[in-house]
Ligand binder design. Structure first.
Ligand code: NAP
Length: 498
C-alpha cells in the first residue's frame, strides 16, 4: 500500500449534504475527531436548513431552546423559552462562525445524484450546478421537512392573485387589507395565522382536520436569568436536563398509555371554549381523532385569532382554485387576493429528489419500494459508507430532535473509527440485521397513538409509520452508543479484487 493511500484511510474524505442542524453539528463533531477532509454541500446560498427556509411570521420552535440546541454548544442568552426562527437561525450561524465551517461549505450545490463506485469504494456526487465530488463517506443531513407539500387541488396555476407556500413566504406581498385564504391548519398555520389576522381584511381558513392545540408555556428570560445561565453553567445544564426529563416522560403516553393524553385533550377543549365564542366555530375546532395521533400543537393565540369575526372557518374539502379564489366541495366560491399554503412537507419521501445508487446499481427508491427503512435510522443495506441523519423512524413527538441527532453523530464517529481498522474497505449493514431492526421498530409502534386511525405525515402511502421513533430517546442513545462491527460487512474495492 502506498503512503498516500495509507494517509487517505487514516482520515477519510467526508461529504455532508445539508447545512441545517444535522449537517452543521456533524461537521463540528467530525472536526473535533480530527477529520479534516470535510465538504458540506448546500443547495441554497445560506446555512440553516428548515430554519432558513421557514421565515413566515410567528415562526418558532415548539421545543424549548435550551434543549433545542447542541449540548456541546450551549447558548445561555436565549431571549425566550421557546426560540423564534430568527434567534434559532442566528444560533446556527454563530456555530458556523465559531467553528470556522464556512470555508468547508459549497453553497448553491443542490445534490442531484450520489452513486457508489464499487471500483474505488467511493461515492460520486453530482450537483445541479454541474459539479462532481468524490468522497469516502457520504452523510446526508437533508432533514425531513425540507420539501414543501403542494396540495393535490387543481387550478392553482389559474389563480390570478398571489400564492405561496408557508415555507417559501413571500415577504414582498403586503397582506394589509387583502382577502387571504389559508389552506391547512397544521403546525405552521397555527403560528402564522395569528400574526396576519390583524392585517388581512378577511381571512378564510380551510381546515381539513382540526388540530389539538394546547397553551404554550412560553416566557421571556430576564437579564438576571440569562446571567445566571452564563455564570453558572451547571445551572444551565441542570435546567436543560430538567426540560429533557419532563419531555421524556411523555414518550410513555404516545407509545404505551395514550389514555394519559386525555388530560391534555381536556385542556385543549377548555382552551378552545375559553376563546371561541361562536359555537359553530368551536364545534369545528375540536378534533374528532384521538389526541396525539397527529402532532400536538402549542399556541397562546390560535383560538383567539380564529374567533375574530373577519376570520371564516371552512371545513369541507376544496374542489379547486380558480382565477379569483377557492371553490369548496359544496360548490361555494370564496374570493381571495392571496392564497397561502400551510400544507406541510413531504416528510416520508426521505432524501428525495436525490437519486442515490448503491451496490450493484440498485437505487434507494428500489431498495425502499416497500417503504423506507434504515438500520438504527442511519445505514441502509446495499449503500456502503452512507450515513443518514434524521433518517427513517428517528422523528419525535415528545422531545428534541437535537438529542436524536447527537446520538447519530456519535454513531457515525464510531463507524469511522471502525472503518479505520479496515483500511480501504467500506462498511455495509447486513440485510438481516436491518430487517430485524426494522421489525423491532415496527412492533414498537404497534399500539402507539399514531396508529389511532387518523391520517398524518408520519404514515407513508402504505400506511406504515416510517417517521417516528417508538420510545424513549435515551433508549435510542443506548442503541446507537457504538457500532457493532458484527452488524456490518466490510468490503474491499472491486479494483483490489481484480
Ligand atoms: P402539517 O402540520 O402537516 O399541516 C399541514 C396542514 O395542511 C394540515 O392541516 C393538513 O390537513 C393540511 N392539508 C394538507 N394538504 C391539504 C389539502 N390538499 N387540502 C386541505 N388541507 C390540506 O404541516 P406544517 O404545519 O407545515 O408542519 C409540518 C411539521 O413541521 C410539523 O408537524 C412540525 O413537526 C414541523 N413544524 C414544527 C414547528 C415547530 O414549532 N417546531 C413549526 C412548524 C412546523 P390534514 O391534517 O387533514 O392532513
Amino acid at each position: 500500500m502506498t503512503r498516500r493511500r495509507k494517509q487517505q484511510h487514516k482520515s477519510p474524505s467526508v461529504i455532508i449534504i445539508g447545512t441545517g442542524f444535522g449537517g452543521i453539528g456533524m461537521a463540528i463533531q467530525l472536526q473535533k475527531a480530527g477529520i479534516r477532509d470535510i465538504t458540506l454541500l448546500e443547495k441554497a446560498g445560506a446555512v440553516g436548513g428548515t430554519w432558513r427556509d421557514n421565515t413566515y411570521p410567528g415562526a418558532a420552535c415548539d421545543v424549548q431552546s435550551h434543549l433545542y440546541s447542541y449540548s456541546f454548544e450551549p447558548k445561555h442568552d436565549w431571549t425566550r423559552k421557546f426560540g423564534t426562527q430568527p434567534e434559532i437561525l442566528d444560533y446556527i450561524e454563530s456555530c458556523v462562525r465559531k467553528h470556522n465551517l464556512e470555508p468547508l461549505i459549497r453553497f448553491n450545490q443542490a445534490v442531484e445524484s450520489a452513486e457508489f463506485d464499487e471500483q474505488t469504494n467511493q461515492w460520486q456526487i453530482t450537483t445541479g450546478a454541474g459539479d462532481t465530488f468524490r468522497a469516502d463517506v457520504l452523510i446526508t443531513a437533508t432533514g425531513q421537512l425540507n420539501r414543501p407539500a403542494m396540495p393535490d387541488i387543481p387550478g392553482l396555476e389559474d389563480f390570478g392573485g398571489e400564492s405561496f407556500h408557508s415555507a417559501r413566504w413571500n415577504h414582498d406581498i403586503n397582506l394589509e387589507g387583502k382577502r387571504v385564504a389559508v389552506i391547512g391548519t397544521g403546525a405552521s398555520a397555527i403560528q402564522f395565522v395569528p400574526e396576519i389576522t390583524a392585517k388581512a381584511a378577511h381571512l378564510d381558513l380551510y381546515q381539513r382536520s382540526a388540530a389539538w392545540v394546547l397553551p404554550k408555556p412560553d416566557k421571556t428570560f430576564t437579564p438576571l436569568e440569562q446571567t445566571l445561565f452564563a455564570k453558572l453553567p451547571l445551572w444551565d445544564r441542570l435546567y436543560r436536563g430538567m426540560i429533557y426529563l419532563k419531555n421524556e416522560v411523555r414518550a410513555l403516553a404516545f407509545t404505551r398509555f395514550s389514555g394519559l393524553l386525555e388530560f391534555f385533550a381536556n385542556r385543549a377543549r377548555n382552551e378552545a371554549r375559553r376563546w371561541v365564542t361562536d359555537p359553530d366555530k368551536l364545534a369545528e375546532l375540536i378534533p374528532e381523532y384521538r389526541i396525539g395521533c397527529k402532532r400536538i400543537l402549542i399556541s397562546n393565540d390560535w383560538y383567539r385569532a380564529v374567533n375574530e369575526p373577519h376570520v371564516n372557518l371552512t371545513t369541507g374539502g376544496i374542489t379547486r382554485f380558480d382565477e379569483t379564489g377557492v371553490v369548496s366541495e359544496t360548490g361555494e366560491h370564496r374570493p381571495a387576493d392571496v392564497i397561502i399554503l400551510g400544507t406541510g412537507f413531504r416528510a416520508t419521501e426521505f432524501l428525495s429528489p436525490i437519486h442515490i445508487t448503491g451496490r450493484n446499481g440498485v437505487s434507494l427508491n428500489e431498495a425502499w419500494a416497500n417503504g423506507s427503512k434504515a438500520f438504527k435510522g442511519i445505514t441502509v443495506s446495499g449503500f456502503p459508507n452512507l450515513f443518514m441523519l434524521y433518517g427513517p423512524n428517528t422523528n419525535l413527538a415528545h422531545n428534541s430532535i437535537l438529542y436524536m441527532l447527537e446520538s447519530q453523530f456519535r454513531y457515525v464517529l464510531s463507524a469511522l473509527r471502525a472503518l479505520s481498522r479496515y483500511p480501504g474497505q467500506v462498511m455495509d449493514v447486513r440485510e438481516d440485521r436491518q430487517s430485524r431492526y426494522s421489525q423491532v421498530v415496527q412492533r414498537g409502534l404497534d399500539g402507539s397513538v399514531w396508529e389511532a386511525g387518523c391520517t398524518s405525515w408520519y404514515l407513508d402511502e402504505h400506511g406504515r409509520n416510517t417517521v417516528n421513533w417508538p420510545g424513549f430517546t435515551f433508549s435510542y442513545r443506548f442503541a446507537t452508543r457504538f457500532v457493532d462491527t458484527a452488524d456490518y460487512q466490510f468490503l474491499k474495492p472491486h479494483s483490489e479484487n481484480a
